[in-house]
Write a protein that binds this ligand. Structure first.
Ligand code: ATP
Length: 305
């Protein structure tokens, strides 16, 4: 089942079209990276999913129910973590979650236990100071606890790691890994290494248009760079390999960087075969041979340029 289905979505602000015919589906229980530069349209799309902004064209379905602007029915499935979550600074974390639970009608019997579990999940279990004294990372983690309080089937997080240092980012990514498989997560970001770490699927949005969409591993396979890497234990071994006739005969463009030799060709498979046959007659074996996959950063630059 799909947690989210977006079809032909268009959003204009005056004469400025910021979302242009956006369509994609998010299968249940995946972690979906919604990637784009500043101004690509990520927040605008999230606001339309939440029914807070009116699309000019197209449709959005959450768990097969139509999202309607100004109505919050479909938001019962959704937990939302805005990019800068706001809190009552004079409250302590457990107190704050209790308030949120009471407002949203969490059964009072289970509220205390639920808040305790969530504070543990986000690493704030033993923190009893006022939220006003929290770091950005702690506020972001409390925001996760709040967004998960009503056990949403779909969690929307708007740039949850963008303002954080590497330690804070790692803490947030750990939380996402923890809830992976239990809740569908869509998180928007422009930090590609975060996406590579936790996402199963991605969508790359550029100036309101979808440039790339699908499972991350399939996208990488499809855009394989045509590069084969042979890494040796020493520079001498690599140089010996580079000079071999069977390497030259492949017709590949050969570059050596220290212990690594990279063969670039339009037909990686044939080059790989020839290399493996040739190596059988050599004494110095490479430590590894690998078809290089493009990094998400390279793919991103390719599609948004
Ligand atoms: N209320 C509004 N009125 C007019 N233009 C708007 C409004 N909200 C957003 N925009 C414009 O829509 C475009 C997309 O903005 P949006 O905030 O969705 O991008 P984003 O991908 O979330 O960027 P960021 O990473 O900076 O948050 C931008 O050009 C922005 O200036």
């Amino acid at each position: 089942m799909n947690a989210l289905e977006i079809k032909g979505l268009v959003k204009r602000f005056g004469s400025h079209t910021v979302i242009e015919g956006l369509s994609f589906e998010v299968p249940e229980n995946c972690v979906y990276g919604f990637i784009g530069q500043n101004g690509a349209g990520k927040t605008t799309t999230m606001k339309m999913i939440l029914g807070l902004l009116k699309p000019d064209e197209g449709s959005i379905r959450v768990y097969n129910e139509q999202v309607r602007y100004g109505q919050t029915d479909t938001n019962r499935y959704i937990g939302y973590l805005p990019d800068v979550p706001e809190f009552y600074n004079y409250m302590r974390p457990a107190e704050y979650l209790r308030l949120c639970g009471e407002i949203t009608g969490c059964p009072s019997g289970s509220l205390k236990q639920k808040s305790g579990e969530l504070l543990e999940l986000v690493g704030l279990k033993n923190v009893n100071k006022k939220i006003g004294g929290f770091s950005r990372g702690m506020k972001q983690r409390l925001g996760f606890a709040q967004a998960l309080l009503n056990e949403p089937r779909l969690l929307l997080c708007d740039e949850p790691t963008s303002a954080l240092d590497p330690v804070g980012r790692k803490e947030i990514l750990d939380i996402l890994e923890n809830i992976k498989g239990k809740t569908t997560v869509i998180f928007s970001t422009h930090i590609l290494s975060d996406v590579e770490r936790v996402c199963d699927r991605i969508a790359v949005l550029d100036q309101g248009r979808l440039r790339l969409e699908g499972p991350l591993d399939e996208i990488k396979k499809k855009h394989r760079s045509g590069k084969l890497l042979a890494e040796f234990g020493t520079e001498k071994e690599a140089a010996g390999f580079e000079a071999m006739d069977f390497v030259k005969k492949t017709g590949a463009d050969v570059k050596r960087e220290g212990r690594k030799v990279i063969l670039c060709s339009g037909n990686t498979r044939e080059v790989q075969k020839a290399i493996l046959c040739g190596l059988a007659g050599m004494d110095d074996m490479p430590l590894k041979i690998e078809v290089l996959e493009p990094s998400l950063e390279n793919l991103f630059m390719e599609v948004v340029e």
